[in-house]
Ligand binder design. Sequence first.
Ligand SMILES: Cc1cc2nc3c(=O)[nH]c(=O)nc-3n(C[C@H](O)[C@H](O)[C@H](O)COP(=O)(O)OP(=O)(O)OC[C@H]3O[C@@H](n4cnc5c(N)ncnc54)[C@H](O)[C@@H]3O)c2cc1C
Length: 287
Amino acid sequence: MECREYSKPTTLQEAIDALKTAEDGVKLLAGGTDLLVNAREGHPYRELTIVDIYGLPELCRIEEMDGWIAIGAGVTHTQIEQSALIREKAGVLADACRTVGSPQIRNHSTIGGNIANASPAADSLAALSVLEAEVEVNRLGEVRRVPLGDIIEKPYRTTLSDRDLITRIFVKKADAGTQFHFYKLGRRKALAISRMTIATLLKRDGSGKVERFHMTMGATFPKPMLFEDVDNMLIGKRPTAKDIQAVADALSAKIPLIAGIRPSTAYKQPVCKKMVERILSELLGGQ
Ligand SMILES: Cc1cc2nc3c(=O)[nH]c(=O)nc-3n(C[C@H](O)[C@H](O)[C@H](O)COP(=O)(O)OP(=O)(O)OC[C@H]3O[C@@H](n4cnc5c(N)ncnc54)[C@H](O)[C@@H]3O)c2cc1C
């Protein structure tokens, strides 16, 4: 890969210093599984300073904090998939990360890179949405925390500047008894780019009434989205088959509404409807 300069900081502070002092354009390099693929076409980084943040210790931690789990941007998909904490309290993300590429890709690619690359087909995004994820961004030492949906503007475009470093991703810890589901539709079982993903989080109280519900699709909309109107449809109910069907109808209706009518709409809408019905029936135990 051609670049103007290459810098390999060993701490987060050194990375921020490198971003401060770099002249002209900068590009962050994490696992490189998107960046190096892009580098094959032309010489996109020839005039840029590459700041290699892969393996920075501050970005590689998974920690529990009050009602949240803080996941370092440099944590790999394999580490997320294997984290006992994430599997228990945010299992839908572990399931989503398990579907990324192949073991080699998962061992090297990072969650921060998956977000910052902003591919609509990125597998973590729908799961992060139902976990109400927030992204911590460090701009030359100034730290802010923003909802995931505000980071991604449209396919392959974020609201980040080249000096913005994603440091952590916060996901809401789910209460005991919360049910998760992640579904990925691809052209084949392994190493497949998502055609659609569906992420679900469902929590019922002791009497079977739904207390918390989020369900959304990935690889479908220009950016990660949650739908309050749909998520409210089951709250306070012991859902019946009719309620499930209403959610399936409402979610599949979002596809042409938000993404417009495309060649893929003809299969995405019925697949979405059927899968939502199947997933909710399964989670609700056939009710
Ligand atoms: C064979 C193959 C199969 C794949 N399969 C899948 C799949 O099934 N599902 C899927 O979702 N993805 C897949 N990918 C895409 C890729 O692996 C992921 O998007 C991955 O998460 C990117 O992370 P990375 O660490 O490699 O990022 P990099 O390639 O290093 O960086 C990607 C982008 O993010 C920016 N960036 C990285 N870290 C940060 C940070 N902390 N702050 C700000 N910007 C940052 C970089 O500047 C760059 O623009 C696949 C890739 C390959 C090559």
